[in-house]
Design a protein around this ligand. Structure first.
Ligand code: DC
Length: 228
């Protein structure tokens, strides 16, 4: 058995508050924030740009071989990490609902998961990382010291996502968003490899009636209690 990694994993469906909470926990601990969803979005974007046939493993392998995904710290505490694809800033482009669906599509492909899992493990190997995603506690960092699963009701999650998108100046149909969230949850949890799933040893937190700050404080307390 390998040693426990000084990594915090925060998994769960979209809109549960993972990004805000992960950023906040990382800032409080002085850890690096690893947004694995941004990586899937970057690959989804690259496939779209290159018209890559997702059912052609060879074409996909060619594309992945030439990809250089780089995450850089956010410019301020409220914004997402900056994402560069082969040196080009794609941070804003990948945050749309459409790119979320595209990311979900490519995230079901074994080649893509292998490629990104390895990359994430390299980043996490040094420790002091807060990793956010769907499978960080189950597949990417099974030996992480601290694991959380963050969820909230679909309606609350749709409402939060709507507010986030409105802030970015996007038009939002909340009913449509709710439908998309339910669909994406289903796709993410039912795919054959690395499905969205709580790790057996992860602590479940329902954020439906909690503020992001309350969730952050709860997690930091639990982390401090366990082998800091
Ligand atoms: O967290 P997000 O909305 O940025 O993630 C976009 C999609 O990427 C999500 O629908 C599923 C996929 N994803 C994944 O399969 N595994 C991860 N660790 C992170 C994201």
């Amino acid at each position: 058995m390998s040693d426990a990694l000084r990594v915090v994993t925060i998994d769960g469906p979209s809109g549960g508050g993972k990004s805000t909470v992960s950023r906040g926990v990382a800032a409080k601990l002085g850890f690096t924030y690893l947004d694995t969803g941004a990586m899937y979005r970057a690959v989804g974007y690259a496939c779209k740009q290159n018209n890559t046939h997702l059912d052609h493993p060879a074409a996909l392998s060619d594309l992945l071989r030439d990809l250089r995904i780089e995450l850089r710290p956010a410019v301020n505490a409220e914004s997402d990490v900056q994402v560069f694809l082969n040196g080009v800033d794609i941070s804003a482009t990948i945050r749309t609902t459409e790119m979320g669906m595209q990311a979900s599509r490519v995230s079901a492909l074994p080649e893509v998961r292998r490629y990104l899992t390895r990359l994430q493990q390299q980043i996490g190997a040094v420790g002091e990382v807060v990793a956010e995603g769907r499978d960080t506690g189950t597949v990417v960092f099974p030996d992480a010291l601290w694991k959380f699963y963050l969820d909230a009701s679909p309606e609350i999650r749709a409402g939060r996502r709507a507010a986030q998108l409105r802030d970015r100046g996007e038009q939002v149909d909340e009913q449509e968003l709710l439908k998309q969230i339910i669909q994406r949850d289903q796709d993410d949890s039912q795919r054959a490899i690395a499905p969205l799933k709580k790790a057996d040893d992860a602590i479940f937190i329902d954020s439906s009636s909690l503020s992001a700050q309350e969730v952050i404080n709860t997690m930091v307390k639990i982390i401090a209690e366990k082998a800091m």
